[in-house]
Design a protein around this ligand. Structure first.
Ligand code: NAD
Ligand code: 89V
Length: 345
C-alpha cells in the first residue's frame, strides 16, 4: 500500500468543502483529483483547494487517474452508478448517505464492491461525533449498568433548506436525510432492531416531505428506544446540530444535554462532563460538531484500508440502518408496526 493514498472527490457541492478540508488533516491520504458534472462548481472548488486535475465525467476520472479510492459526495440518485463505476475499476469507495434508495440498489452496490474485492464505506458520520463517542464510552464503562431504555433526539428550527435546497423538494425528507443518522446512532448504542413503529408529519407547508418523525423501536438486546427528529421545533436556544441522548440503565442513567453536557448518574453518584467537539481551524459554529466528525470518519477510512479491516460503517453495515429508514416510511404510511428483516421470532 502506498504511503499516501491517492483519492478523488466526486461531487463539489454544499458539503464537499468539509470533506476537502478534513482530507488535508488526514495523514496518509491526499485528494489528487476532483469531479463534478457542473463545471462551474468543479473549477471553483479546484481553485479554492489548489487541485488541478478536474473532470466533469466520473468515467473519465476513473479511466485517466491512478486512484486508491474515490470519495463520493453527490446526492442519492448518482450513488449506485458511481459506486458501481468505481468497483468496475477496482477502486475502493466512500459514499455519502443516504447510501441507497432501496434494498436492490444497496445490495447491488455492496455486491459490486465485494466482487471487485474493494472496500466500501458509507459516510455515516454522526456516530463519529465527539459527544456521541463520549456517550458510547460512558455506556461501556458500565456505570449505568445494562441499558433498558433510550432516546435519541434532534429537534430544531434551523433553516437547512437555504444550503441544501433539494431537501425541500423530495417526497421524503427528514427520516431519509437526518433520521438516518439518528437511527444509525441507535444501532451504534443499542444494537440491532427487531420492530419499529413510526409516525410522521409535515408542519412546514413550503416543503414536500415530512419534517417531523418519531420512531419507537425494540432492539434485539432488550432496549426500547425512541428516535425523534423535527425541523419544525422553535426553542429558546436553537440546538442545531446537536443530537441529544437519554439512556436509562439498571444502575443509573445518562443524559447528553444541550451545550454538549454529559451527565452520568451511577450508584457512585453523578458526574457532569463537557464533551464539546473541538472547533477545528477550518470549521465554523454551529456546524463544527458535524465538521469534526467528517475528519474522524475519514481518518477511520484510512486506518481501515491500511489495516485491511472493514470500516465500522461499511456498505454492508449500513444496510441495517437503511432497513430502519425504509421500515419507518412503511410503518408511518400503513400505521402499523414493522418487523425488521433480520428479526428472529
Ligand atoms: P449538492 O447538491 O450541493 O452537491 C452535489 C454535487 O454533486 C453537485 O455539485 C452536483 O453537480 C454533483 N453531482 C451530482 N451527480 C454527479 C455525477 N454523477 N458526477 C459528478 N458530479 C455529480 O449536495 P450536498 O448538500 O453537498 O450533499 C451531497 C451529499 O452529502 C448528499 O447525499 C447529502 O445527504 C450528504 N450530506 C451529508 C452530510 C453529513 O453530515 N453526512 C451533510 C450534508 C450533506
Ligand atoms: O447530515 C446531513 O445530511 C445534513 C443535516 C445534518 C443538515 O441534516 O443534511
Amino acid at each position: 500500500m502506498p504511503e499516501v493514498l491517492r483519492g478523488a472527490l466526486i461531487g463539489c457541492g454544499f458539503f464537499a468543502a468539509n470533506h476537502l478540508h478534513a482530507w488535508r488533516d488526514v495523514e496518509g491520504a491526499a485528494i489528487v483529483a476532483l469531479c463534478d458534472s457542473d463545471a462551474e462548481r468543479l473549477h471553483a472548488t479546484g481553485a479554492a483547494f489548489g487541485i488541478a486535475a478536474r473532470y466533469t465525467d466520473a468515467a473519465r476520472l476513473l479511466a485517466e487517474e491512478r486512484l486508491d479510492f474515490v470519495d463520493i459526495a453527490t446526492t442519492l440518485p448518482s450513488h449506485r452508478p458511481l459506486v458501481e463505476l468505481a468497483a468496475r475499476q477496482r477502486v475502493a469507495a466512500i459514499c455519502q448517505k443516504p447510501f441507497a434508495a432501496n434494498r436492490d440498489d444497496a445490495r447491488a452496490m455492496t455486491d459490486a464492491a465485494a466482487a471487485a474485492g474493494v472496500a466500501l464505506m458509507v459516510h455515516e458520520n454522526f456516530r463519529w461525533q465527539t459527544p456521541l463517542l463520549a456517550v458510547r464510552r460512558a455506556l461501556d464503562s458500565g456505570r449505568i449498568g445494562q441499558p433498558f431504555w433510550g432516546r435519541i433526539s434532534f429537534r430544531s428550527a434551523y433553516d437547512v433548506f437555504s444550503g441544501q435546497p433539494y431537501l425541500a423538494q423530495g417526497e421524503r425528507f427528514i427520516i431519509e436525510d437526518l433520521g438516518i443518522h439518528l437511527l444509525d446512532v441507535a444501532r451504534f448504542l443499542f444494537g440491532e432492531v427487531t420492530h419499529l413503529t413510526a409516525r410522521t408529519a409535515r408542519v412546514n407547508p413550503a416543503i414536500r416531505g415530512e419534517d417531523v418523525a418519531t420512531m419507537l423501536m425494540a432492539h434485539a438486546g432488550g432496549v426500547t428506544s425512541v428516535v425523534d427528529c423535527s425541523y419544525a421545533t422553535r426553542q429558546e436556544t436553537e440546538p442545531f446540530p446537536q443530537t441529544l441522548v437519554e439512556i436509562d440503565g439498571a444502575s443509573g442513567s445518562l443524559r447528553l444535554g444541550q451545550g454538549y453536557r454529559l451527565t452520568v448518574t451511577g450508584r457512585d453518584g453523578t458526574t457532569t462532563e463537557d464533551v464539546s467537539p473541538p472547533l477545528l481551524p477550518w470549521a465554523s459554529r454551529p456546524w463544527h460538531n458535524i465538521q469534526e466528525s467528517v475528519l474522524n470518519i475519514q481518518r477511520h477510512w484510512v486506518q481501515s484500508l491500511r489495516a485491511g479491516r472493514e470500516p465500522a460503517t461499511s456498505g454492508r453495515d449500513n444496510l441495517g440502518t437503511l432497513d430502519l429508514v425504509w421500515a419507518a416510511y412503511e410503518s408511518a404510511a400503513a400505521a402499523t408496526t414493522v418487523r425488521l428483516p433480520g428479526a428472529i421470532g
